[in-house]
Design a protein. Structure first.
Lengths: 239, 239
């Protein structure tokens, strides 16, 4: 029905981890269906980044789904009345669940991925979460992913009648520096990606939110020049 | 913060089961947050029904979320090129997973409910699924719900820091006739509900899809007059 090639759904946010996951899924030989969400995030520049990345990797099936998490509220990423924390130390990042946490975001994203996997007869769902270099979100932990695997095995017609999709998390135990090194080896152009939670109107990164700080540190650790274009006047402390 | 009253999210489709679940959640004493999806379903008359029901029960927080399942495809409920099966027998209904199955629908709905439960500090999520009188959907089975419970215990900040929401399925082992009897006892006005998968432009029920047939039979079994308004000329075989 779909030929002999294997198919994979890849969650693509437009950041470093998901872009590298897409490169890996392609290298693994899958026909890839990229899935990006417009969810009311203040950093919707990442949706444009996702489009550039899918295009640059030759992925022709790229779905942008409007998921109205912003209407439910509860996060600095969707509610402009809540400020994004800036200038936190490495010790602070990951020590708590920050206000940038979006309630049940990965569960909603993975649920749509499950739906798209069924529709495209995909046996794989790639998600580039890392439990090592994360912002401390509960839905990036290995035990959470494991619970979603068990759900996916029961949730769909395809799981019941044929087989459940595998939830592939290649970076769950990797640092962001490891991910970047892997991506460079596969030719990922990180200048196309956006990580900043609070970019300006031109899409330039703030250099101070948790995501900018994690990204910048990871490029330094990987020994790879950071291609991010920061807003004018951004100063970084010495690492 | 929220006073001493308990809060509950209730998935409300506008049909018999979810309307009865809402009545039950109210009777259980919860402040209820009703959640309905506009997901590209051809029977969007049910969204209007959900609004009437929430209003009739005095529920002031009713969220209608646009979830673009139709864009992913794969179901007769969202794709008008696929006909809705009509006139199937009781033996046929439930013997397979029919084309009205929407890929991963309950997973997507429950994921949004999880998000709303976190935002509203709700300790309960009510979903009116029945494994007895269902259309044969995989995501109405008890083992599926059990897997979602385990996921919900790990997925959110609230689950990690306070407590996970309970997934309440009061009708999982009930027939639709049982549900109707319970609802009549709580004063549910079923004339406000819509079950038909394929209503006409006026919202009148076709009388022949699986959902109409299950509904009609359930009212008869419960000994309750069916208040559904059917399209002109609908004829029912003797039961």
């Amino acid at each position: 029905m779909r030929g002999t090639k294997s198919h994979a759904v890849v969650l693509l946010s437009g950041g470093v981890d998901s872009s590298t996951a897409l490169a890996l899924a392609l290298r693994d030989g899958h026909v890839c269906h990229a899935l990006t969400f417009q969810y009311g995030q203040r950093h919707s520049a990442e949706v444009e980044a996702a489009k550039r990345i899918a295009r640059s990797m030759g992925v022709s099936d790229h779905r942008i789904v409007a998921a109205h998490l912003g209407e439910l509220g509860g996060s600095a990423l969707t509610d402009r009345a809540l400020p994004v924390p800036k200038g936190r130390t490495r010790e602070q990042i990951g020590s708590d669940i920050p206000v940038t946490y979006v309630p049940a975001r990965n569960t909603i994203f993975l649920s749509y991925a499950l739906s798209l996997a069924e529709v495209t007869a995909s046996d794989y769902i790639y998600i580039g979460v890392s439990a090592v270099d994360s912002s401390g979100y509960p839905d990036c932990r290995p035990e959470y992913i494991e619970a979603f695997r068990r759900l996916a095995a029961l949730a769909t017609r395809r799981a019941v009648e044929e087989r459940a999709p595998q939830i592939v998390t290649p970076f769950i135990k990797k640092s962001k520096a490891d991910i970047i090194r892997a991506g460079v080896g596969m030719g990922v152009d990180y200048s196309l990606t956006v990580s900043c939670y609070d970019p300006d109107a031109q899409g330039l990164a703030c250099g101070a939110c948790d995501s900018c700080l994690l990204r910048r540190r990871a490029f330094a650790d990987a020994g790879v020049p950071d291609p991010t274009v920061y807003q004018p006047g951004v100063k970084f402390p010495g690492r």
